[in-house]
Structure formats: C-alpha cells, structure tokens
Design a binder for this molecule. Structure first.
Ligand code: GTP
Length: 362
C-alpha cells in the first residue's frame, strides 16, 4: 500500500455506502480533524518534553491519545452511533485542552492563541444549536478564569488589554463562524428539499400525477422481492383504453387528456393502500396488486372495467364514454418481472382481439 492510499484509507475510516454522502463527508472530516489534532498534539507534546516542560508535555500527549481514540471509535462496530461519540470526544478534548492553555498560558503566554480553532471545530461537529451552546459554555469558562480578580484563577498572568481583546476577537470569530454555519445549513436544507422534489418528479407522470415507468419499476422490484421471500400472492394488471385514437380525433387532444386523468382517479379510488398504479404508456396503465391472487385480481378488474364504462364525459352538447381492456397475470415463483409484465400484456392483447371491453387472465 503506497503512502497516498494509506492516508486515504485512514481518512475514510467509518465511511460506508449505507451512510449517505452527507454523513460520509462528516465522517471524512472528523477523521481529518482527529488526524490533525493528534499529529499536532503529539509534535507539540514531544517539543514540550524536549524543553523539559513535563506538565504541558503530558497534557498534550493525553490530548493526542484522546484525539486518536476519537478516530478509533469511528472504526468500532459495537458502538451504536460512533460518529456522535467520536464528535463529542473531539470537541470536549479540544475545549478542555484550550481551557488548560488559557489557564497556564502555554509557552511564554502564547497558549491562548490556539483558541481560535474552537469555533469551526465545535460548530462543525455540533451543528448550529449544540455548537453555539458549547461555544457559550467555553466563553463563560475562559472569561471566569481570565477575569477573576487579580488573575487568581490563572496559573499565569495576562494584561487586561490582552484578555479583553482575546475575548472580543474570539467572540467575533465565533459569530462569523456561526453565521457561516447558519447559511451553510440553510443552503444544504434547500438543496436537499429541491433534490427530493426533483427525485419525486422524475418518478411521476406530469399529466396524471401517477407513477411513471421509472417509479413503477422501483415498486415492482420491491414487491416482487417481497412476494418471493414471503411466498405472497402478487398480480399485475395491464389496462389499455379502447379506441382511444377515436376520442382524440372526435373530441380533441385536451378532452383525451381529461379522460386519461379521470381514469387514473377512478383506478385510484378502487385500489388499496398497498396497491400501485402507474401510467405505463400513452393510454396504458399498469397496476400492481400485492397479496392478491388471480381470482381476486379478476374481481377488481371487472369492477374497474364496469365503473369506467359507466362513466360519462361531456363535450359541448354531446356525451360519450370509454371502455378499457385488461390483461392480468398472477406472478409465479419462476417469473422474472419482465416475463410477468409480458404475460399480462399478452392477455391484454387477447382481450383486444376478442372484442375489447373485457378482462382476461391466464
Ligand atoms: N390525449 C392524449 N392522447 C394520447 C396520449 N398518449 C397517447 N395518446 C393517444 O392514444 C392513442 C392510442 O392509439 P392506438 O395505439 O391506435 O390505440 P387505440 O386507438 O386506443 O386502439 P386500441 O388500443 O386498439 O383499442 C393515440 O391516438 C395517441 O395519440 C396523451 O397523453 N394524451
């Protein structure tokens, strides 16, 4: 394994496809943060030991171990939500380390300069609400430590100007990061809603609002697998409007469209919640009936056929009605989805050949 793939492997610890892209990105960045955290803490800890600053060196090495543990947690299969546990560990270790640096002053009083790492990390891991809460807690703790009279709660001493400017600049940076996180969350939410909307639209037929072929394929796949696993009955029904060309020719395309929409509504009104209905082609509908055998499917088909034939449409001062032909097939264990649809289609063809306005099952 070369160095690049080693680093990428390391940073992708805990990334699995089932998480989805947003979560995986968070896990990747969590690994990156913990990697930077433990590498920096380790180097600074070693350098503190070389300077014979035993206490700072030990604290930094403990921080290094905590950051490394947050990475190990992401590998764990036993922890229920490894990302959350790891994120909590990174943020709390970082905040404690920074409180310690503010308290002691670090190397020559430069320790507090590291606290600007806190806002981006805390807001990234905690999100806007929890992140702001953690930041407020952090500000409260360091303010009490720094502004307690006579630097009594500090292991070092800072001038009032240094402390107040440190606090102001920290608050400014925190506000800017919180604003950025707010905008980022809002945009992310909007993009998510839009992509869900478009994903939904891509599954629907714009005229009738029913599922289109793509949407129905997904349902077919799911129901097909379910019926095979639990040995449940499953019936497909292919319906086609008879002589629909005549409707278009005599009453116009718009009226034809109305008929297509209305038929969809009639089908829907007769179906169960578990059934699926799609506009499969121009004037063709596909119905999928889980836990329904051929006889039960045939009863429903007859009901639909009669209801549709009885429905009257008005055009100017004329009324007309349409009929449908239906081909059914109860799916057998040996059928593939395509074979089942072809068999229903063959029965529909037979119904058309035998004079239309009828239902046929094999
Ligand atoms: N108004 C309208 N018509 C459509 C739509 N999609 C397909 N059609 C029409 O449906 C008609 C289908 O005609 P054919 O395939 O000859 O079948 P048919 O006239 O229904 O005759 P049979 O199926 O043999 O009973 C065509 O005239 C298409 O233009 C649509 O979205 N709106």
């Amino acid at each position: 394994m070369d160095f690049k793939s080693f680093v990428l492997n390391h940073l992708n610890t805990g990334v699995v496809q089932t998480n989805g892209p947003e979560k995986n990105q968070q896990i990747f960045i969590a690994n990156l943060f913990s990697f930077i955290g433990y590498a920096l803490a380790f180097l600074m800890g070693v350098s503190a030991f070389i300077r014979q600053d035993w206490l700072l060196g030990s604290v930094l090495l403990i921080a290094c171990l905590l950051f490394f543990s947050s990475h190990l947690i992401l590998r764990s299969k036993r922890i229920t939500n490894p990302y959350n546990v790891s994120a909590n560990l990174v943020t709390s270790s970082l905040m404690l380390l920074m409180v310690y640096l503010v308290y002691t002053g670090g190397v020559n009083g430069t320790g507090p300069l590291w606290i600007y790492i806190v806002p981006p990390v805390v807001l990234f891991f905690g999100g806007l609400r929890k992140g702001t809460r953690n930041l407020a807690l952090f500000v409260l703790v360091i303010s009490i430590l720094m502004f307690y009279p006579n630097n009594e709660w500090l292991g070092t001493s800072y001038t009032f100007e240094f402390k107040s400017r440190l606090l102001y600049s920290f608050l400014t940076v925190s506000c800017l990061f919180a604003l950025y996180e707010y905008v980022r969350q809002n945009s992310f939410q909007r993009i998510k809603e839009m992509s869900q909307k478009y994903e939904k639209q891509a599954m629907r037929d714009p005229l009738s609002g029913l599922l289109n072929r793509r949407g129905m394929r997904e349902r077919l796949q799911n129901e097909f697998e379910r019926s095979q696993r639990y040995k449940n009955d499953l019936t497909v029904m292919m319906c086609d409007i008879d002589h629909f060309k005549v409707v278009n020719d005599q009453y116009g395309h718009d009226k034809g469209d109305d008929v297509i929409i209305n038929l969809g509504a009639i089908f829907e009104s007769c179906l169960r919640k578990n059934d699926s209905l799609a506009r499969w082609g121009g004037e063709e509908y596909l119905l999928l009936l889980p836990e329904t055998n051929g006889d039960q499917g045939m009863q429903l088909a007859e009901k639909l056929r009669r209801k549709i034939a009885e429905t009257q449409y008005k055009h100017d001062d004329k009324t007309f009605s349409v009929t449908i032909s239906i081909g059914l097939h109860q799916i057998a264990a040996t059928d593939t989805i395509n074979q089942a649809i072809t068999k229903a289609d063959t029965n529909l063809y037979k119904a058309k050949k035998q004079g239309r306005n009828r239902c046929i099952i094999d």
